[in-house]
Design a protein. Structure first.
Length: 117
């Protein structure tokens, strides 16, 4: 994350400050009323951090810049003239449109399709 902030031109002092806010984070897991020993959290921002949406957007932008332009993507077929519950309507080639997407985003998760199995 810190390298991504620097890549987008954030000043070094700013990156150092944000890193310091998240440095030394630890977590614990509670399972069947037994609390684990603290363990370091090194790959995330603090939950509820006001910078989370901005940092996530920058990270996603950096990740998508690394997707090769020859990436196959995923073809999605759709219609805009009726209910979405009738899947048989997608068989009509003349009334459907297709779009190719190279990224899938939902909340704070992101995926890029791959043709490798």
């Amino acid at each position: 994350m810190w390298a991504v902030l620097a890549r987008f031109g954030c000043p070094e002092d700013f990156v150092t400050l944000i890193h310091a806010l998240h440095d030394g984070m630890v977590g614990r897991v509670c399972h069947q009323s037994i609390l684990s020993e603290p363990f370091p959290i090194t790959g995330s921002l603090k939950k509820g951090c006001v910078l989370d949406p901005t940092c996530f957007s920058l990270y996603v932008a950096a990740m998508l810049n690394e997707v090769p332009p020859t990436s196959p993507g995923i073809n999605l077929r759709y219609r805009t003239d009726g209910g979405i519950s009738n899947l048989a309507r997608f068989r009509a080639k003349s009334k459907t449109s297709t779009i190719t997407t190279h990224e899938l985003q939902f909340a704070n998760d992101n995926a890029t399709p791959s043709s490798e199995h």
